[in-house]
Design a protein around this ligand. Structure first.
Ligand code: CTP
Length: 394
């Protein structure tokens, strides 16, 4: 039996949550409800409790509830968290990472998948702030359904209505569909993030990589059942569930960690490895008469080493961050480094550190350009392609 935690926000559509609970129960799911303060103005805890046949949670400040079932545990016990109706205010608080009531505290404390079904006035939905929040939530990996279009309780017409309970139930079923663990028994090595190359004990050379795309790829691969070793440069990201992470600082440390992690069935080199390092000064360099000149020395090319080394994984995937003639450079890079695939991305805009990515996949068979997609979606697609490639007979 799957366990759904349903967060009911405050909007006239909250009454439809009752119907949603009924549908979900009929399909054999266990439903537990969290009702926000404003949600309680539209639907009573009693209604939700009767339909869900469970206690309804409404506040962070109930000593008895916290003792029996803390908010962290509430979120962890669910297979899926559903926010319906997700009001403009609730979406904004989610997008901002606020935790000022029980619902948002649960949402911030969880790594369980979240599905949100928005409902609000048509102008609120169309407002640039709401659209920005929705884009942010999607980039963060939250599934935000499109609202329905039609006459609204406020008398206006347009998109903003809560999707029908049956449509929400169908989206829930899709979100719960077990992923085929197609990479079970495989070992995949992923590099991610920037490297830092010290100049002296307090200064370093770096780049703008956030590590988000690489971490998302590690997460998607682990979800497909792979044993994932993630060699990460200095980033501020949490380790995805089920991933073995090795933290490094410099390119040379990354090269060593990668060599130690082999053999692997596939290697996905997403890291933005610094091309050069300097001979670091042992003490902090002081300002003096002469401006220091940094003497750069080349770093090992980790991707090329892996692709051309004795332990070569069956599939070697590189990334190419380019600011001009993206595909042309990437095609040349694939051949020069002897990678099987290159994922090329144009980093002249807001890709580095941002939530979305437009990539081209370059293989021996040709070039495919994908639409601009949230990084987690790029990661899922790439992981599926890696699973396809590894399932081909050698
Ligand atoms: N890479 C690597 N080790 C390096 C440099 C790059 O493993 N020292 C990998 C990256 O992880 C990425 C790919 O090589 O998968 C492409 O990196 P990029 O910096 O774009 O290529 P370069 O060889 O540095 O070429 P250029 O900077 O001239 O574009």
């Amino acid at each position: 039996m799957t366990r759904i935690l349903l967060i009911v926000g405050g909007g006239i559509a909250a009454y439809k949550a009752a119907e949603l609970i009924r549908l979900l129960k009929k399909r054999g799911h266990a439903v537990r409800c969290v009702l926000t303060d404003s949600g309680a103005h539209f639907v009573t805890p009693m209604t939700l409790a009767a339909l869900s046949e469970d206690k309804v949670y409404t506040t962070l400040w109930d000593l008895k509830d916290e003792a029996e079932m803390g908010h962290i545990q509430l979120s962890r016990e669910a297979d899926l968290i559903v926010v319906a109706p997700a009001t403009a205010d609730l979406l904004a608080r989610m997008a901002g990472g606020l935790a000022n009531d029980l619902a948002t505290t649960i949402l911030l404390a969880t790594d369980t998948p979240v599905l949100a079904a928005p409902a609000m006035n048509v102008r609120m939905w169309g407002h640039v702030a709401t659209q920005r929040n929705v884009a942010q939530l999607r980039a963060d990996g939250i599934t935000v359904m499109e609202p329905d279009e039609g006459p609204m309780a406020c008398g206006e017409f347009g998109p903003g209505r809560l999707p029908e309970p049956a449509a929400i139930a169908a989206a829930i079923e899709a979100a719960l569909k077990p992923v085929a663990r197609r990479l079970a028994g495989r070992h995949v090595l992923v590099t991610a993030g920037p490297t830092h190359e010290p100049i002296d004990p307090v200064r370093y050379l770096a780049n703008r990589s956030s590590g988000r795309q690489g971490f998302a790829i590690a997460e998607s691969l682990a979800r497909l059942g792979a044993r994932v070793t993630l060699v990460a440069g200095p980033v501020t990201l949490v380790t995805p569930p089920g991933v073995d992470r090795i933290d490094v600082e410099t390119a040379r440390e990354m090269a060593d960690a990668v060599a130690d992690a082999l053999p692997a069935d596939a290697a996905v080199m997403v890291a933005a490895v610094a091309d050069w390092h300097v001979a670091a000064a042992p003490q902090k360099m002081k300002k003096g008469a002469a401006v220091p000149v940094l003497q750069l020395a080349e770093n090992p090319d980790i991707l090329a080493r892996v692709a051309q080394g004795p332990d070569r994984p069956r599939l070697v995937v590189g990334f190419a961050a380019e600011t001009e003639r993206v595909v042309e450079h990437a095609v040349a890079k694939r051949i020069r480094k002897q990678a099987d695939w290159i994922v090329a991305n144009d980093v002249s805009g807001d890709v580095m550190g941002g939530g979305a990515n437009t990539v081209s996949l370059i293989t021996a068979d040709g070039i495919e350009t994908w639409d601009r997609l949230p990084k987690p979606v790029v990661a899922d697609r790439l992981a599926e392609r890696i699973a396809d490639a590894l399932s081909d007979p050698v």
